[in-house]
Design a protein. Sequence first.
Length: 257
Amino acid sequence: LQKGSSPVVPVHIVSEESADKTNLGFIHAFVAAISVIIVSELGDKTFFIAAIMAMRYNRLTVLAGAMLALGLMTCLSVLFGYATTVIPRVYTYYVSTALFAIFGIRMLREGLKMSPDEGQEELEEVQAEIKKKDEELQRTKLLNGPGDVESGPGTTIPQKKWLHFISPIFVQAFTLTFLAEWGDRSQLTTIVLAAREDPYGVAVGGTVGHCLCTGLAVIGGRMIAQKISVRTVTIIGGIVFLAFAFSALFISPDSGF
């Protein structure tokens, strides 16, 4: 009886342990992704794009366009990172750790060199870019007629509900955000995180982090853009990245994260 019953207990324990590891891996990836995105995106170009556009146009339209771009970018980045899992985990783990250390040191150096009002240059650059897009939009409106949904009541009232989310402003918010995010630090870190963490946790955490930052930009607008110290956020970001790199010294690549 002892021989026949002995295999039952280990099977139960192993299944519980694997479930706990999966849950812990998801939570670890979620927390890592959301914290990295917040310190990367606050005061970033995509933050300013959402803030400035929300002051000029319908906030819901700007938020929808920006979030679609950021959600799509997060999913693509996670897929890129997950594709690297075909490489043995020990290599991707230590390469990603080295990248976190490099990002952290670079962010600390950049932050310490910055002046307290460093964000103004990027703010002005985004304003000029949006102004240029506005001029193109005005030229399009002149060619197509006056019934634009973002400029108030016009001649296209019956179409307003569905045009609201596919309007030129939606397209502009989506395009500007997607292009600004491509190759950005937050995209690269999402790829790195997805290579070493639970991909579902990274995808959800990254999306929630983007939602928080973009929502803050859309609601607060210029006031938040001017109040945020890009220097402080960059220094904190450098510390967070270095903390992830440092933690790798105490966590085994095969620990299940």
